[in-house]
Design a binder for this molecule. Structure first.
Ligand code: NAD
Ligand code: UDP
Ligand code: UDP
Length: 331
């Protein structure tokens, strides 16, 4: 029986899969650390689609083989089970560094991947986070803002880990001449997002599908700005291919309170879904919204998919993963 080398599972996710002008360089060898995860697997799809050879390095800590399985059998795709905390020897042209558990090992992994980039002369892109702004005192957040992070709080390990990763990246750039790129990613959602990792969009969607109450933490008036994954991937690829180091905010400026988000989820999945208030976690940022002027001007990038368009695409994927092939099980 004929085996499909290029299954098309991803095609419906990426808004037409158009390769923008200027991104047509072919035949690069590209390492994606964390490429079996949510964002990484979508980058892999786009790189394979445009003709590059891709090596995914992942320890499957939060990622999953299912996310990249449709590339198995493609000679331009390789999957290596490896923890980036251990040194790694490879030959590639570019490194998208996404591997990141919310723990200090983040720093060691980033150091190793910078060492790798230095040895082989590869261009290195760090996926940093809006969390470097902490509980921001400036709104919206501009890249020049240094942030307001509690160094000893419950969230610090992730925030400070990424801040250190940015520092290392700039030091390797200045000190060793490594070509680097830094993206500060704001809250991103979409198909293949981890179902049970406690993020608000995945929680609300899974809860509504399972007919459980949506858990709003605190008074629900805190805000976030939610970006659809295909917009992020487009921004990351433009950043990698472009001439600017960054950092660049990559996010959708559409800002929602958690209560508003719950409402959008109700409208999309189940108008009768209940809301349950729960105590909020410590040090929860009160608001967050990217200023994306810099990415607009220097990368020619802006997000295209508003929450009400992106959410239904994530819901179909979650429905399938939660209920399998059953049709409309929740109704
Ligand atoms: P994810 O958990 O789905 O992906 C991370 C991947 O890295 C997983 O496949 C995991 O198995 C792998 N990994 C973790 N530790 C590893 C290690 N030591 N060695 C090898 N592989 C390892 O998360 P994601 O949402 O796809 O995030 C990707 C990157 O983007 C991360 O660096 C994250 O900090 C950053 N980011 C994401 C968001 C978001 O909203 N999704 C926001 C800001 C920043
Ligand atoms: N490293 C790696 N692969 C390489 C080159 C380096 O994993 O191809 C790791 C190396 O083990 C080290 C880190 O990257 O822990 C930093 O390397 P660098 O050469 O910058 O530092 P040094 O080894 O000189 O301290
Ligand atoms: N949140 C919520 N209900 C949940 C999960 C999270 O109300 O079930 C809130 C959380 O308190 C925070 C916001 O949603 O204010 C975003 O949380 P998330 O962990 O998704 O992202 P981050 O805080 O890292 O931006």
């Amino acid at each position: 029986p004929q085996r499909s080398v290029y299954p098309t599972r991803f095609e419906s996710f990426n808004m037409g899969g158009k390769i923008p002008l200027g991104l047509k360089r072919k035949g690069l060898r590209i390492l994606v650390t964390g490429g079996a995860g949510f964002v990484g697997s979508h980058i892999v799809d786009r790189l394979i689609e445009r003709g590059d050879s891709v090596i995914v390095v992942d320890n499957f800590f939060t990622g999953n083989k299912d996310n990249v399985m449709h590339h198995f059998g493609n000679p331009r795709f390789e999957l290596i089970r490896h923890d980036v905390v251990e040194p790694l020897l490879l030959e590639v042209d570019q490194i998208y560094h996404l591997a990141c558990p919310a723990s200090p090992t983040n720093v060691v992994g980033t150091l190793n991947m910078l060492g790798l980039a230095k040895r082989i002369g590869a261009r290195f892109l760090l996926t940093s986070t809006s969390e470097v702004y902490g509980d921001p005192l400036q709104h919206p957040q501009v890249e020049t803002y240094w942030g307001n992070v509690n160094p000893i709080g419950v969230r610090s390990c992730y925030d400070e880990g990424k801040r250190t990763a940015e520092t290392l990246t700039m030091d390797y750039h200045r000190g060793a001449g490594v070509e680097v790129r830094i993206a500060r990613i704001f809250n991103t959602y979409g198909p293949r997002m981890c179902i049970d990792d406690g993020r608000v969009v995945s929680n609300f969607v899974a809860q509504a599908l399972r007919k459980e109450p949506l858990t709003v933490y605190g008074d629900g008036k805190q805000t976030r700005s939610f970006q659809y994954v295909s917009d992020l991937v487009e921004g990351l690829m433009r950043l990698m291919e472009g001439e600017h180091v960054g950092p660049f905010n990559l996010g959708n400026p559409g800002e929602f309170t958690m209560l508003e988000l719950a409402q959008v989820v109700q409208e999309t999945i189940d108008p009768n879904a209940k809301i349950e208030f729960k105590p909020n976690t410590e040090d929860d940022p009160h608001k967050r919204k990217p200023d994306i002027t810099k990415a607009k001007e220097l990368l020619g990038w802006k997000p295209k998919v508003p929450l009400r368009k992106g959410l239904p695409m994530m819901v179909s994927d979650f429905r399938q993963r939660i209920f399998g092939d059953q049709k409309n099980p929740a109704t």
